[in-house]
Design a protein around this ligand. Structure first.
Ligand SMILES: NC(=O)c1ccc[n+]([C@@H]2O[C@H](COP(=O)([O-])OP(=O)(O)OC[C@H]3O[C@@H](n4cnc5c(N)ncnc54)[C@H](OP(=O)(O)O)[C@@H]3O)[C@@H](O)[C@H]2O)c1
Length: 335
């Protein structure tokens, strides 16, 4: 494949937003020993993509320019490395690319076998491409960080979780998955979002929804008077003092976009042995979890709400939409 050219979208330095994305033709990459080459059918845009462009994690990433962004892809395997055991050409898959190489905004991309998963015909490429960063984060927050068991309806009634979960920014990429997964954990779910998305968030399973622009919404107070055991916090700018009175005795705020104030709260709560805690979360993507999420989707227990679909030639539009911060669900580019 290495002599063939493909269409891709890349940038050549930090900053510049959507305007700095360039449409180029570059060689189709070759898979390494434990990698697969995927013909990309769908790639989702995440805030981390443009945050990397803005230099939030420099000098770690990008390691070099030019850089083709895009981490979450779904498509078809067209070539496999010599050491690949689980995939062959023709397999439909979903995968998460690394920050170091990324490469999703292109016709072809190379993915590690270790974080690539088969995609059954029931799960479309666009729906699957939404999963890796956003849904794995929601899953990790609820399981690893909060300790909830999903699909606990398979357990005897007296073993089921009965927790109150708050999801902030429940209309966003991570939040809309968090609502659905929290319901699979048998939780009572309170959610915040803008007025235009209240019905959508209810349809995803939320038991009560607050408009974040109203006084009740900004206080995060549960309309039914519940105290939260777990908060999956998917936005920024809400201080600990707002969460604190709404938390149960051992309430835990899992902050997926922690800033300096959150990190200081995390340390302070540790040092003072506080029962109410804040947990900063960094995604640690695991293949078995992605497999689990794909299975849930196949079984109709989890869905991706698609904000919008864009062609590769309109990737700038998708990028700008993500930077705007008002997506409902996932933004998808289809090369
Ligand atoms: N730690 C990690 O590993 C990790 C992983 C994934 C994501 N993240 C971070 O988590 C954050 C969320 O990611 P995402 O993909 O879900 O973002 P997103 O899809 O861009 O979120 C957009 C949504 O958030 C809503 N929103 C914004 N401010 C709100 C507020 N104060 N209250 C309620 N809703 C609000 C918007 O609603 P309106 O349009 O109505 O305003 C919109 O629907 C980002 O900062 C991202 O970088 C971190």
């Amino acid at each position: 494949m290495s002599n063939r050219l493909m269409k891709a979208v890349q940038y050549e330095g930090y900053g510049g937003g959507a305007a700095a994305l360039k449409h180029v033709e570059v060689p189709v990459p070759s898979p390494g020993k434990y990698e697969v080459l995927i013909k990309v059918e769908a790639v989702s845009i995440n805030p981390v993509d443009w945050k990397i462009q803005e230099g939030w994690i420099r000098p770690l990433f990008p390691r070099k320019f030019p850089y083709i962004p895009g981490k979450d892809i779904a498509g078809e395997v067209v070539e496999v490395g010599k050491g690949v055991k689980n995939f062959k050409a023709g397999d439909k898959v979903v995968s998460q690319l690394t920050h170091a190489t990324a490469g999703g905004l292109a016709e072809f991309a190379v993915a590690k076998e270790s974080i690539t998963v088969l995609r059954p015909p029931e799960v479309s490429a666009a729906e699957a491409a939404g999963l890796p960063v956003a849904c794995l984060t929601a899953h990790q927050a609820l399981t690893c960080s909060a300790g909830l068991a999903l699909e606990c309806n398979k357990l005897p009634a007296d073993h089921r979780n009965q927790v109150n979960v708050l999801v902030t920014a429940a209309s966003g990429g991570v939040g809309h998955y968090a609502v659905q997964l929290a319901k699979l954990a048998n939780a009572h779910v309170t959610a915040t979002c803008g007025a235009r998305n209240i019905e959508l968030v209810k349809s995803l399973g939320a038991d009560e929804v607050l408009d974040y622009k109203t006084p009740d919404g900004s206080s995060l107070k549960s309309p039914s008077g519940r105290k939260y055991d777990v908060v999956v916090h998917c936005t920024v700018g809400i201080p600990w003092s707002t969460f604190e009175p709404n938390l149960g005795t051992h309430g835990k705020v899992i902050d997926i976009a922690p800033g300096l104030a959150s990190l200081m709260t995390f340390v302070l709560k540790k040092l003072t042995f506080s029962k109410k805690t804040l947990v900063p979360l960094m995604i640690n993507a695991k293949r078995e979890n992605l497999e689990f999420l794909v299975r849930l989707m196949k079984e109709g227990k989890l869905k991706t709400w698609i904000d919008s679909k864009h062609t590769l030639s309109n990737a700038k539009e998708a990028w700008a939409k993500s930077m705007d911060g008002h997506a409902t669900g996932k933004i998808i580019v289809e090369p």
